[in-house]
Design a protein around this ligand. Structure first.
Ligand SMILES: [Ca+2]
Ligand SMILES: [Ca+2]
Ligand SMILES: [Ca+2]
Ligand SMILES: [Ca+2]
Length: 392
């Protein structure tokens, strides 16, 4: 979002496919249906989605349009590549196991412009690095020291361009897995302040120096852990007033290239913490509409102006809050009340116009319901999944 380069803006397109508390549900047809044609030539089949938490929005082929990768229970990774008007599917078996969803990430770990998949299970990290045609799997043995769910963060904590994983342990140790493109160097960094609840910590490059920092919110304090590339330097800032779980978002809400935090409260009040390079300027913003569920509320740049906006869906309404840098300009977009369950909705720029769209995987279809942003409204359209899947 802050670096101008020729690579697509992954920040915009690699949000996880939804989040929240929806029950894990297999979407699409049953897997047994895929075997009906065993022995036949490759045939056209309807492709299922992964279980909740195993579908990830990202740009797996680096063409600037968001795709969806799904890990299926049968061991295949299915990628729906966006054509701009639908999805073209490919599948690839992988022989390594998956960690649980809180230990699985879709990010561009090796910095080649294509989103990769990583999953941690016990003492192993499995990296599925995107190639031109699929994934190349790298198994890396590492210690079985991970944070609790919600306390493992991906970022470039040492600034070498490759994404790392930081795992916070309750005793103040932060296990750093520093990835260099091929291997992982294990280090332990220390913090002496508490972490926030699992939805109250953010790994972002707040100060824009190319190195990911950590921010934790707890009670009336904000703990800013600035990475020096070799350790965290912690500053404790008194800053009361946080939204309920799931209603605090990181983004660049005033477009100055520095990451900020936005917290929403019942009744429409909002608190913005705008990072100014050394600290956070607190401002009171507000919205006039309600909020949908936390799993249906997203921070992304819906009109492509570089300022992070908010959108929240509640049944047949999308409450769109476009940041103008000083406030949100709010509008309500009417839309059919058809959504995926909590983890089957997510934002990304699926058609490559740099405006974030909302994708939904409804429980009874292998196609996706896309809401393509025009900048001021969302055009709803069905995106079919086409292609051939060889029966496993
Ligand atoms: Ca790194
Ligand atoms: Ca900012
Ligand atoms: Ca915007
Ligand atoms: Ca778009």
């Amino acid at each position: 979002m802050k670096k101008i380069n020729l690579k697509p803006d992954l920040k915009l397109i690699q949000h996880q496919w939804g989040r929240g508390l929806g029950l894990a549900t297999v979407i699409g047809i049953s897997l047994s249906a895929l075997n009906l044609g065993a022995g036949a030539m490759a045939q056209r089949v309807v492709a299922p989605w992964g279980e909740g938490g195993y579908n990830w929005i990202g740009d797996y082929n680096g063409d600037g349009k968001a795709d969806v990768a799904s890990a299926l229970p049968d061991g295949r990774i299915v990628v729906r590549r966006s054509t701009g008007r639908g999805f073209s599917i490919t599948a690839q078996p992988v022989s390594t196991p998956w960690g649980s969803r809180q230990y699985s990430w879709a990010r561009d770990f090796n910095n080649d412009g294509r989103t990769d998949l990583a999953t941690a299970r016990e003492g192993n990290l499995y990296l599925h690095l995107s190639t031109r045609t699929g994934f190349e799997t790298v198994s890396i043995a590492t210690e079985n020291r991970w944070g609790e769910p919600g306390y493992n963060w991906v970022g470039d904590f040492n600034g070498d361009g490759f994404l790392d994983i930081a795992s916070a342990l309750p005793n103040g140790d932060v296990v750093m897995r520093l990835f260099d493109g091929a291997a992982i160097q294990l280090e332990t960094w220390r913090v002496s302040t508490p972490w926030g609840g699992s939805e109250y910590n953010w790994a972002e490059d707040f100060d824009g120096d190319g190195v990911t920092d950590l921010v934790a919110a707890r009670d009336s304090n904000l703990y800013f852990h600035r990475s020096t590339k070799t350790e965290f330097e912690t500053e404790t800032i008194v800053s009361p007033g946080w939204g309920e779980s799931g209603y605090n978002w990181a983004g660049d809400f005033n477009g100055d290239g520095l990451m900020d935090l936005a917290s929403a409260f019942r009744g429409g009040a909002m608190k913005l913490r705008l990072f100014n390079g050394s600290g956070f300027d607190e401002e009171n913003w507000s919205v006039s509409t309600g909020w949908g569920g936390a799993a249906y509320s997203w921070a992304d740049d819906f009109n492509g102006d570089g300022l992070t906006d908010l959108a929240s869906a509640q049944e047949g309404n999308i409450y769109l809050h476009l940041s103008n840098g000083e406030q949100f300009d709010s509008s309500t977009v009417s839309t059919p009340n058809s959504w995926g369950q909590g983890r089957f909705n997510g934002t990304g720029d699926f058609n490559g116009d740099r405006k974030a769209d909302i994708g939904a995987a409804p429980p009874d279809s292998s196609d996706a319901i896309m809401r393509l942003s025009s900048g001021t409204t969302f055009e709803i359209t069905n995106w079919p999944t086409s292609g051939y899947l060889r029966p496993r």
